[in-house]
Design a protein around this ligand. Structure first.
Ligand code: HEM
Length: 122
């Protein structure tokens, strides 16, 4: 089921320690300009591991290079357990994630994914 973007704006408080949503003009639309994680503006539809100049781990870069682009559904699965998600999607049992945070509440994850999708071109 699709998430509730409005509820997801609150859930994003848990992400903003590390992530910002800032548009091409550099205008911060959500968060406090944290740089520990990549900018999530336009993440739905974006190839994994491709935000310019962010130093990703090699597993997520490999995933994006294989042609994988984010959907809301995949974001829900990813945030529940990023390392497990990368292992499954790359088929590499040694895949690692630089995102140590986990959001296992599926409703919250669906809501934050819907919130992030609201910043992607339809
Ligand atoms: C990567 C979402 C919380 C640190 C990502 C990516 C997504 C995401 C979708 C992949 C980005 C891409 O492919 O360009 C979220 C959401 C969060 C959250 C929705 C809250 C529910 C956090 C927190 C931290 C963090 C709290 C830091 C403690 C990172 C890092 C990466 C990343 C370092 C890069 C992973 C890698 O290179 O393997 N996050 N994140 N995230 N996130 Fe988060």
């Amino acid at each position: 089921a699709a998430g509730d973007a409005e509820a997801g704006a609150k859930v994003f408080n848990k992400c903003q320690t590390c992530h910002v949503v800032a548009n091409e003009a550099g205008e911060v639309l959500a968060g406090k300009n944290a740089k520990t994680g990549p900018n999530l503006y336009g993440i739905v539809g974006r190839a994994a591991g491709t935000y310019p100049e962010f130093k990703y781990g090699e597993s997520i870069v490999a995933l994006g290079a294989s042609g994988f682009a984010w959907t809301e559904e995949d974001i829900v699965a990813y945030v529940a357990d990023p390392a497990k998600f990368l292992k499954e999607k790359t088929g590499d049992s040694k895949a690692k994630s630089k995102m140590s945070f986990k959001l296992t509440n599926a409703t919250e994850a669906a809501n934050v994914a819907a919130f992030l999708a609201s910043f992607s071109a339809a």
